[in-house]
Design a binder for this molecule. Structure first.
Ligand code: PEP
Length: 250
């Protein structure tokens, strides 16, 4: 019922030439979009070139965008311009944005609204630190984060969102969360959405796990009932690894 979603997030990696070469190389390696939705988020500087090279089911996405469409916001990425480029998804609220650029839940919520206003869909990232996990505060932390991110959305919009559970203790560390812990985080996100909207709405939302996913651990993660896909950082940087993720069920 929920199409699996395999997402990559390049962050501030690769050169423009490498980005183009990557897209050229994976053309024939990806499953059809009816089977798996494959999405690769990159710097706005790369998006046009990636799209020009892309003739495959891959969707090119933004890693971030601003909450205003236009105006005097030097250096920001306009969601309106992304939409004009034909971009369908933007990541919003990645833990690195929250940590290094001080994005609050309120800012994330404004960005989520900006994405919908511009006819795109958000990949909303929710993080969780080991400190919170250890003091047993992670459940209310996650519930609050999800609630704040989707505040004010119509049910019709919420059901099309993609939400990622990304414990920051697993991001970029090489230590993925055990499958049952990843499932617990994703289940919590789904329950939070169900409590605010309904089970029927929550059951349509695709929920991803992110944090040191690779071709060796993806199968176990994808077997979990509330994990509909993954968001991969490092593993999305090589064609070999990203292709294996996209073909996880073969
Ligand atoms: C990420 O940054 O969203 C991420 C999951 O990174 P990695 O896969 O490298 O842990």
């Amino acid at each position: 019922m929920r199409t699996p979603f395999i997402g990559g997030n390049w962050k501030m990696n690769l050169s423009l030439a490498e980005a183009a070469q990557f897209i050229d190389e994976i053309q024939t390696e990806l499953p059809p979009s009816s089977e798996v939705e494959t999405v690769l988020a990159a710097s706005p500087l790369f998006l046009q070139t990636m799209q020009e090279h892309n003739h495959s089911p891959l969707l090119v996405a933004a890693e971030n965008c601003f909450y205003e469409d236009e105006g005097a916001y030097t250096g920001e990425v306009s969601p309106k311009a992304l939409s004009e480029m034909g971009i369908k998804y933007s990541i919003v609220g990645h833990s690195e944005r929250r940590k290094y650029f001080h994005e609050t839940d309120e800012i994330v919520n404004k960005k989520v609204h900006a994405v919908y206003r511009n006819h795109m869909l958000p990949i909303i990232c929710c993080d969780e630190t080991m400190g919170r996990y250890e003091i047993g505060d992670h459940i209310s932390w996650m519930v609050n984060q999800v609630t704040a991110a989707i505040r004010g959305l119509d049910a019709d919009d919420v059901k099309k969102a993609v939400v990622a559970y990304e414990p920051s203790w697993a991001i970029g560390t090489g230590h993925t969360a055990p499958a049952d812990a990843a499932e617990e985080g994703c289940y919590l996100i789904r329950q939070t959405i169900a409590d605010i909207y309904s089970d029927q709405i929550a059951n349509q939302v695709r929920i991803l796990y992110g944090g040191s996913v690779n071709h060796e651990n993806i199968r176990e993660l994808m077997k979990q009932p509330d994990i509909d896909g993954v968001l991969a950082g490092k593993a999305s940087l090589t064609t070999d690894e990203f292709t294996k993720l996209a073909n996880f069920n073969h």
